[in-house]
Write a protein of this length. Structure first.
Length: 82
């Protein structure tokens, strides 16, 4: 069963990878972003989206770990006070 889970995870990862590659190849037009007076140089539209994807993939697990640690410390405090 463990091998099956690894195989399914690998297939899903490859599908996501190929989806991102196709997205990059289809979105080659350049765009410049403006945010709070800051202007980015003209870059590929796909670069902005893939950058946001990578930032989200990094921040999501970090926030999950933060919530887990807070729940764990709260549970430890509750057990100590009981």
């Amino acid at each position: 069963m463990h091998i099956f889970k690894k195989a399914v995870l690998s297939v899903v990862a490859l599908l996501i990878f190929f989806g991102v590659v196709i997205f990059i190849l289809e979105n080659q037009q350049t765009t410049s972003l403006t945010f709070l007076g800051w202007h980015s140089p003209p870059l590929s539209t796909a670069l902005f989206f893939v950058g946001a994807l990578l930032v989200g993939l990094a921040i999501g697990p970090l926030l999950g770990m933060l919530v887990y640690w807070r729940k764990r410390t709260a549970l430890k405090r509750e057990l100590r006070s009981s």
